[in-house]
Design a binder for this molecule. Structure first.
Ligand code: SAH
Ligand code: MG
Length: 214
């Protein structure tokens, strides 16, 4: 049976602000628990307020590895004021821009998982360019434009170790269901020959590294 989070972790996840539905979250947790067995860090692109980070952090804690989560905390295009996914409670009134970092820190603290997470605050491609360590799992859930999704894939997928997992959220084959950038990245990962799909739960797809390169 797939690994599942304990009730208190599930409760913290469900109480957290964010965009990860519970059923897809369980699929993410199972993937993270499996990848944790490789003894390598688990990397998330797209922290937002830490909702999915809770799941990666708990799986990391169980496996004795670290979760690393990357975000500039200024929000994606569709989260800016006036757009569909804007939340006015995560605007820094002094700066006049979104800042999800304080909410993220409260989320992790409430879940008791702070010490299992390293937060990288900055742009994903710049963080990826400095990254040198092999990774057990890369979870791509950052910006949904082609520019951002492609850069996340090109930056982070090369770091997935042999047998490690690449998990992509918001993959919609049908444009009527959502934007196509994550879907195009997912197709590209499969076509590279480096990754093989092992499971999917709605828009959350789990690929394993089965070949070299990307
Ligand atoms: N995983 C979260 C949702 C992430 S929303 C959850 O479970 O709720 C996407 C996030 O990606 C936003 O917080 C946004 O600030 C971040 N983001 C978008 N483009 C980025 C980039 N190029 N570098 C770093 N973070 C980025
Ligand atoms: Mg998402």
């Amino acid at each position: 049976m797939a690994a599942a989070p304990k009730p208190e972790i599930l409760a913290a996840f469900e109480a957290a602000k964010g965009f990860m539905p519970a059923d897809e979250g369980l699929a993410l947790y199972a993937a993270a628990a499996e990848a944790g067995a490789l003894g390598l860090p688990l990397v998330e692109v797209g922290t937002y307020c830490g909702r999915s980070t809770i799941l990666l952090a708990d799986a990391a804690r169980e496996a004795g590895v670290m979760a690393v989560t990357v975000d500039h905390h200024r929000g994606s295009e569709e989260q800016q004021p006036g757009w569909e996914y804007h939340d006015p409670t995560v605007v820094d009134p002094e700066v006049g821009r979104m800042d999800t970092l304080p909410t993220f820190r409260r989320t992790l603290h409430a879940a008791g998982l702070e010490e299992h997470v390293i937060a990288l605050v900055g742009r994903s491609p710049q963080a990826a360019a400095l990254w040198r360590a092999p990774v057990g799992l890369v979870f791509i859930d950052g910006g949904h434009t082609d520019e951002h999704a492609t850069a996340d894939y090109e930056g982070w997928a090369p770091h997935v170790a042999a047998d490690g997992l690449l998990v992509i959220h918001d993959v919609f084959a049908d444009p009527a269901d959502g934007g196509q950038a994550p879907y195009r990245v997912y197709r590209r990962a499969l076509e590279s020959g480096a990754f093989t799909e092992i499971s999917a739960h709605r828009s959350l797809h789990v690929l394993r590294r089965t070949g070299p390169g990307i």
